[in-house]
Design a protein around this ligand. Structure first.
Ligand code: ZN
Length: 190
């Protein structure tokens, strides 16, 4: 990785002269892949989501001296620098971004993640229109009460009419809005 080579070059003399055991090994490919997949090959900061990405250590390599999945996160070069060099993102927040990524990945499918990302990108939006046939792919957002079918729920008389539409309007509930805000602001999402 070019970025990693650049980093090694930047090591202070005292560190570069350390014993072989302290030389930083490359991150194993399978581990690197797992970290990239976890973040969907995009920056793990929910308001960023840019590409390309680099692998960052949440607790610096110089302290942990190992590569572990829980301590690695995919970041774009800009967020990586904001974290490592400029310290504009603190460690506690980065750990929470990582934990939230895990919760979201375990709980939701690809379309659901895309819908959540849409609301992160459009903080003033409170609804989304999607093809009716996608409903099964939104099941857990609906079950968890983050999203609600704007027409069907509570208006049984309208169900047959709404079924004739090719797309449905889904409202982000207050619980959904809270979820999005927690994700953006690096607070624990339950
Ligand atoms: Zn980023």
């Amino acid at each position: 990785m070019a970025e990693e080579k650049a980093r090694k070059r930047k090591l202070p003399r005292s560190e570069s002269l350390n014993t072989a055991s302290s030389v930083r090994p490359a991150i194993p490919r399978p581990l690197e892949r797992d970290v990239l997949v976890e973040a969907g090959h995009r920056c793990a900061i929910p308001t960023c989501k840019q590409t390309p990405v680099q692998i960052a250590h949440i607790i610096p390599w110089e302290i942990v001296r190992e590569h572990t999945f829980d301590n690695l996160i995919a970041l774009c070069p800009n967020c990586h620098e904001r974290y490592d060099k400029r310290h504009e993102i603190d460690r506690k927040a980065m750990m929470q971004y990582k934990a939230n990524l895990s919760v979201i990945n375990q709980r939701y499918g690809d379309l659901e993640k895309r819908v959540l990302e849409y609301f992160v990108e459009h903080p003033n939006e409170d609804h989304i229109w999607l093809p009716s046939s996608f409903e099964i792919l939104l099941l857990y957002l609906l079950k968890d009460g983050l999203l609600v079918d704007a027409i069907g729920r509570g208006f049984s008389i309208n169900i047959s009419i709404s079924d004739t539409f090719s797309r449905k309007r889904y409202n982000l509930t207050s619980k959904g809005k809270e979820f999005i805000q927690k994700w953006i602001h690096a607070k624990a999402i339950e």
